[in-house]
Write a protein that binds this ligand. Structure first.
Ligand code: ZN
Length: 107
């Protein structure tokens, strides 16, 4: 089993289940048709993730607790990574959340 980060860690990707894709073997993951060598496959996965996040976060803003619940991660983990994301009275804007989860850019 190979756990792939759709937004790579090196691209600012975080550890949350939606950002994982499980591959059965090395070839699917690292081979010529896998996301590390095929840019189209990589981009397709990223666009799908972005769409899922758009559907998951539909309100204008969320607290860190709410974001953590939706992503199925610990609030403490997100807190480390959201320090530089703009917030107002403890609330983060929808598109700032999605951009952060996509590694700082939109696809
Ligand atoms: Zn990978």
């Amino acid at each position: 089993m190979h756990k792939h980060h759709i937004v790579f860690r090196s691209q600012g990707g975080l550890d949350f289940p939606l950002n994982y894709k499980i591959y059965r073997g090395y070839d699917d993951h690292e081979g010529m048709n896998g996301p590390h060598r095929n840019r189209e496959v990589d981009l397709q996965l990223k666009r799908e993730l972005q769409n899922e996040l758009m559907q998951l976060f539909t309100n204008t803003h969320y607290t860190l607790r709410e974001i953590a619940d939706k992503l199925d991660v610990k609030e403490k983990y997100l807190d480390q990574h959201f320090k530089r994301v703009y917030s107002h009275q403890g609330k983060y804007l929808r598109m700032d959340i999605i951009r952060k989860l996509m590694g700082g850019k939109l696809y």
